[in-house]
Design a protein around this ligand. Structure first.
Ligand code: SF4
Length: 172
């Protein structure tokens, strides 16, 4: 099952910068937001290959950043095989590299592996890589298909990752 996340405060991380490219992984973060909002992850007839809750989340993030003087663009990954940032093709990575050159920061919405995908191509000190989400565990849920063609998750639990658990045990 997908990784589950909590949001991080990206607005303060990019304060003082004028532009940021938002690079979302469209799988685990999108499932996280759909589960949090208690909405279907995908409604094929309404929005084919787009998760509406995650799309609204991205728009809200863009407007918060805009209010704070940061212009943004979302780096899109529409086809299904591009949803998983941990498995992007070299072509997609090169595309990100070219696009990121025009921004002061890249905001990654995904896990450490998604951030690694970005760090592999964004090497310039002029472009700050900012993590927009923090892993809170792995999701355990029941996948449901509902008419007309909705994909949802129910009875969701977040299971801590064993490393996290060990750290908590040590610090506790
Ligand atoms: S990059 Fe991370 S967040 Fe995205 S699909 Fe892979 S494991 Fe999930």
């Amino acid at each position: 099952m997908p990784i589950h996340f909590n949001d991080l405060d990206v607005v303060s991380e990019v304060a003082g910068l004028s532009s940021a490219l938002i690079v979302p992984c469209n799988m685990c973060p999108a499932v996280t937001v759909a589960v949090r909002e208690k909405k279907p992850f995908i409604q094929f007839f309404r929005s084919f290959l787009k998760s509406v809750p995650f799309d609204l989340y991205l728009k809200a993030l863009q407007s918060r950043l805009s209010e704070n003087g940061v212009k943004t663009k979302v780096f899109k990954s529409i086809p299904y095989h591009q949803w998983f940032m941990c498995m992007w093709t070299s072509r997609k990575r090169k595309k990100l590299q070219k696009c990121a050159e025009q921004y002061d920061a890249v905001i990654v919405l995904g896990c450490e592996s998604a951030t690694e995908t970005v760090r592999d191509v964004v090497k310039s000190d002029d472009c700050k890589v900012v993590e927009g989400m923090k892993v809170s565990g792995i999701m355990n849920a029941e996948l449901g298909f509902h008419l007309p063609a909705n994909v949802s998750f129910k009875n969701c639990k977040t299971v801590p990752i064993s490393q996290q658990k060990n750290k908590e045990d040590v610090s506790g």
